[in-house]
Write a protein that binds this ligand. Structure first.
Ligand SMILES: Nc1nc2c(ncn2[C@@H]2O[C@H](COP(=O)(O)OP(=O)(O)OP(=O)(O)O)[C@@H](O)[C@H]2O)c(=O)[nH]1
Ligand SMILES: [Mg+2]
Length: 446
């Protein structure tokens, strides 16, 4: 038994079509009191008809669909009304449903019901939120892969295998007379070790996953007037940072997130690196160095229209150990720099004119190609990642104890703990507050 809830699930009105959803007991009866189809309603078939308010007056002519339990998103009877997306129509549609007995849904309540009715596990519910909030093609594809169970299935299997190993051991101990295969310590050890390794790699993936939501960090560094802010604005697509012909224009780190080739990049324009002329500039240079440290990719910018200085050489040295590209700017001006030494210090080199917009495509291509393995599916939820890390530690401990000759009943306790933690990733014994926190991240209507 679950009460009937309704909510608006569509985009911000006014929009072409507004979607109003309902789920719970009495869904069909309520729909029929508000929506009058021209032909009989059939399970999961669109119907065309009139939406009528409580006073019996038609306020929209639109499509609606009734979906019979259990094969629905929530596992309950559901209905969706695709009304015109005006604020007034949507409000009247909801008002009508509420006066017919539905109550307003809370944030994420549809998905919460899907979880409670076994339609998806907790990790999949979290992936649904990721999908809604995805900001790049790559983020959406990652969330969709998680939603379809890309790594939850192996986790479920792994938990089962651990529990099978544990039960096997106790069966051997309890039924000594029966014909049960002996318990193989070495096999248990290597299986726990292998699982721990796999879980560790999932956790490592999580550490890289902020690139999906926040973008791969890219620092633009170079001496004053090299054209960093000009190039930054080119990549951002608008005049985000101030550009002047004065040296030391940029004093702070200026950030902007852009999508290039379906991937997200968090660009950081920085203060030009030189011996600071003022306190503000010195602090700015410190921040440039910090941005360089934090960045996954570095664009080191050099000015072709002025001779190379020791500051340029210093900047090149600062890029050591980083994935960096040397970008030689101002190809539109007469060349005054001998950049042969700089060229030797960088594997990747690109010539551009930030002012004329030349070579920017090649730089974008470099960013795309160097932003990491794009097809890896990464875990994005901290809750899941922490449980996975703890499970990996428990299994490593079990494997080490097994290798160290500890008795099976002792090391299997750690393995069992690992299995329990994996269960919690999928939503077993999950604390009600944790579940509540997860669903409240959703918007109303999802
Ligand atoms: N001709 C030409 N001028 C450029 C080019 N890129 C930048 N400039 C000019 O160079 C000057 C400095 O550009 P900025 O983008 O402010 O340089 P910056 O590296 O951000 O300088 P700071 O913020 O002072 O460190 C401005 O006058 C720009 O118009 C280019 O490709 N060609
Ligand atoms: Mg600048």
């Amino acid at each position: 038994m679950s009460d009937l809830i309704a909510a608006y699930s569509g985009g911000t009105p006014p929009c072409a079509i507004g979607i109003v959803r309902m789920t719970g007991d009495g869904c069909l009866e309520t729909l029929k009191k508000a929506f009058f189809p021209y032909s009989p309603l059939e399970d999961k078939k669109m119907a065309y008809g009139r939406l009528k308010a409580i006073d019996g007056r038609t306020f929209d002519i639109c499509m609606a669909c009734f979906m019979k339990a259990p094969s629905t998103y929530t596992g309950e009877d559901m209905a969706e009304i695709y009304c015109h997306g005006s604020e007034a129509v949507i409000a009247l549609c909801l008002k009508t449903l509420y006066s017919l007995g539905a109550r307003p849904a809370e944030a994420g309540e549809f998905t919460k019901r899907a979880f409670l009715n076994g339609k998806m596990n907790l990790a999949q519910a979290e992936a649904t939120a990721d999908l809604i909030y995805s900001r790049s093609e790559q983020g959406a594809k990652n969330a969709a892969a998680l939603l379809s169970g890309h790594y939850f299935k192996p986790i479920g299997r792994m938990r089962q295998e651990i529990m099978d190993t544990v039960s096997h051991f106790y069966a051997v101990c309890d039924y000594t007379d029966e014909d049960i295969d002996p318990f193989e310590y070495q096999k248990a050890e290597s299986s726990f070790k292998e699982k721990a390794g796999y879980l560790q790699s999932l956790y490592q993936g999580y550490l890289r996953s902020s690139a999906l939501s926040e973008g791969v960090k890219v620092a633009l560094i170079g001496r004053p007037n090299a054209g960093k802010s000009s190039l930054f604005n080119r990549l951002a697509g608008f005049e985000r940072a101030i550009v002047t012909n004065e040296e030391g224009t940029t004093r702070d780190v200026v950030g902007h997130t852009v999508s290039i080739g379906g991937k997200l990049f968090s660009l950081m324009d920085t203060a030009g690196i030189r011996q600071g002329q003022s306190e503000a500039e010195r602090l700015g240079v410190q921040r440039s160095k910090k941005a360089l440290d934090e960045a996954m990719l570095v664009i080191a910018l050099f000015d072709l229209s002025r001779p190379v200085t020791h500051e340029d050489m210093e900047i090149a040295q600062m890029c050591r150990g980083k994935k960096a590209v040397a970008v030689f700017n101002k190809t539109d001006l007469p060349k005054k720099a001998d950049v042969s030494e700089l060229e030797r210090l960088f594997e990747d080199k690109i010539y551009v004119s930030a002012a004329a917009g030349e070579g920017i495509g090649r730089l974008c291509q470099w960013l795309e190609e160097n932003s990491g393995a794009g097809s890896d599916i990464l875990i994005t939820g901290r809750r899941q990642a922490e449980l996975i890390k703890m499970a990996a530690d428990s299994l490593s401990k079990a494997a080490e104890s097994a290798a160290g000759g500890m008795t099976a009943d002792a090391f299997l306790l750690d393995a069992e703990q690992g299995a329990r933690l994996l269960g919690r990733v999928l939503g077993d014994d999950v604390d009600i507050d944790i579940a509540h926190g997860i669903f409240s991240r959703f918007c109303v209507g999802k």
